[in-house]
Design a protein around this ligand. Structure first.
Ligand code: AMP
Length: 187
């Protein structure tokens, strides 16, 4: 099973993808986590990515795609992947489709988590990551609206989109995700 989680910053993509990983054993791939790890390790790629991340900008597609390709080559991804924070642009989405197609695979589901904007800001400020400062949050929302939201149409056209109301407790949102998954596996 290959699932993409889409949603603005603070929508709960990471929380829900981690839950699903525990529930069904499919690896959770967070490009944000991978880039932060690279930043902490001080690799050239990590340092380059860090500048974009701290200003709330998206990291260039080629950098992110490189990180994902490397991760997808690892054994555990043979059974599937839960993509959290990737793709974030239509170009990344088209590239992911191509990468998967090379080995006869494809995405099964794109889940959009929708949450009221005021709640998103509250959640981000409470989380307190270094890119969760108010100045950076505004830029991250703008990047989402401009570059990532078009993915919703991209996957709707592919017929694999399902929208989840993410404005509830993590437990309830997870139940909604399981229902969405059941629809896919029933086919
Ligand atoms: P996240 O942890 O998913 O909220 O990502 C944190 C930051 O990492 C984002 O604001 C971007 O700067 C960068 N990032 C993560 N994933 C991507 C991606 N797929 N494309 C571009 N930048 C990304």
């Amino acid at each position: 099973m290959r699932i993409v989680f889409i949603g603005p910053p603070g929508a709960g993509k990471g929380t829900q993808a981690k839950r699903l990983e525990q529930h069904c054993g499919i690896p959770h791939l967070s490009t944000g986590d991978m880039l932060r790890d690279a930043g902490r390790a001080g690799t050239p790629l990590g340092l380059q990515a860090n500048e974009f991340m701290q200003s709330g900008k998206l990291v260039p597609d080629d950098v992110v795609v490189g990180v994902v390709v490397e991760r997808l080559g690892q054994k555990d991804c043979a059974s599937g992947s839960l993509f959290d924070g990737f793709p974030r642009t239509v170009e990344q989405a088209a590239t992911l489709d191509k990468i998967l197609a090379q080995t006869g695979k494809r995405l099964d589901l794109a889940l959009v988590l929708l949450v009221d904007k005021d709640h998103l800001i509250e959640r981000l400020l409470a989380r307190g990551r270094s890119d969760d400062r108010l100045e950076t949050i505004g830029e991250r929302f703008r990047e989402y609206d401009r570059l990532t939201e078009p993915l919703i149409d991209y996957y709707r056209r592919q017929g694999i989109l399902q929208t989840i109301d993410g404005d509830s407790s993590p437990e309830i949102v997870f139940e909604r995700i399981q229902k969405a998954l059941a629809k896919v596996t029933a086919h």
